[in-house]
Design a protein around this ligand. Structure first.
Ligand code: TXA
Ligand code: MG
Length: 332
């Protein structure tokens, strides 16, 4: 018998592509109108594309979980366009949080504080806390302004897929499942924001991103913890237990470019230095990692090989995503 449970049933809709590079205001107005009429719309941020709904509309937020096939216990990030909006969604804002907001907003830093009870609990998957950030992308800021309340948005990929850094990636995963995507071109950072919990005694990085632990420590003048396995502390960001950031083909590591000769032709090798004589070698960089993963799949490569170098190993966010992609593909 066919499974027709609500969870598996997705009435197909046509997904509009709103080109914000030609005529940004018309595209933003249309995206805003759709969101304000209860539809979910993908939009660019400086990190990755998000899939947005109004924070005070629980029904609309349910559509995000359905479109992505996202487990309901994985909380969402609220996106604000103005500092005063923090008071509508977060309680007990500390001096440290204020300092972090002054220093890093707008930008790729997400703070976790206590959720105001007026914010629907579906946003936080039932947690008492709420994650929020102010993106620095002009289109995102204008869209939030136009909508008139914070927009909650996870990354606009199917659950388990690499985050989208281009509108085409969003369409690949969600075409027919969302009303529209606001196309603002490629995202400049290309990896998800740093998630910093401010609800424990000490600040703790739940997910590394472009804002580094050192930058946060310098801002606060205190030590900052990391929940990463490298510190021997268990992962506490709910989303961290899911398979993430990995393409559907294996991601494997090589330790020298000499190993290339034994690899098949239809693979991609990500390395810090490309080799003009070997088209399989592609750049290993934060801002193009997910695009390279997706391109490798799309052209039928059988595997992605990664050659780590000093610029990669010193980039905590990039290493974190690579480790997840490597582990996920070897352990599943
Ligand atoms: O750069 C980004 O953060 C992008 C763009 C769209 O803003 N968003 C993004 O959202 O990556 P998402 O849903 O893919 O990842 C959000 C992460 C998850 O790991 C989630 O578990 C964590 O933030 N998170 C959200 N709310 C939380 C909370 N209340 N406590 C702890 N972790 C939370
Ligand atoms: Mg995500």
């Amino acid at each position: 018998m066919m499974d027709t449970t609500a969870h598996d049933h997705h009435p197909s809709m046509s997904t509009e592509v709103l080109d914000a590079r030609q005529d940004p205001q018309t595209a933003i107005d249309r995206a805003c109108m759709l969101i304000n009429s209860g539809e979910v719309v993908a939009f660019p941020t400086e990190t990755v594309y998000g899939l947005g709904a109004r924070i005070f509309d629980a029904r609309q937020i349910e559509k995000i979980f359905r479109a992505k096939d996202r487990p309901s216990d994985n909380p969402l990030i609220a996106h604000i366009s103005s500092l005063h909006q923090v008071h509508d969604i977060c309680d007990e804002i500390s001096d440290s949080m204020r300092l972090l907001m002054q220093t890093f907003f707008p930008g790729p830093l997400t703070l976790v504080g206590y959720r105001k009870l007026s914010v629907p609990s579906i946003v936080s998957a039932g947690l008492k806390t709420i994650a929020f950030r102010m993106p620095s992308h002009t289109l995102a800021l204008k869209l939030i302004d136009c909508v008139g309340q914070p927009i909650v948005a996870p990354s606009a990929n199917r659950s388990g897929r690499p985050s989208p850094t281009r509108a085409e990636h969003v369409l690949h995963d969600l075409n027919g499942r969302i009303s529209a995507v606001l196309d603002g071109g490629p995202c400049s950072i290309g990896l998800e924001s740093t998630v910093l919990s401010m609800v424990d005694k000490e600040p703790c990085i739940l997910r590394p991103g472009a804002i580094t632990k050192e930058q946060i420590e310098e801002c606060l003048g205190t030590k900052v913890l990391s929940s990463g396995a490298e510190d021997g502390v268990v992962a506490i960001a709910p989303g961290m237990k899911y398979r993430h950031y990995a393409p559907s083909i294996p991601v494997l590591q090589i330790t020298s470019l000499d190993e290339r000769s034994s690899l098949p032709a239809n693979v991609v090798i990500l390395a810090e230095h490309v080799d003009v004589n070997d088209p399989r070698v592609r750049p290993l960089r934060a801002d193009s990692l997910y695009d390279e993963f997706r391109k490798a799949e799309a052209v039928g490569c059988v595997a992605v090989y990664v050659l780590l170098g000093p610029q990669t190993t010193s980039n905590a966010a990039l290493m974190n995503r690579l480790q997840k992609a490597l582990t996920a593909s070897t352990s599943s």
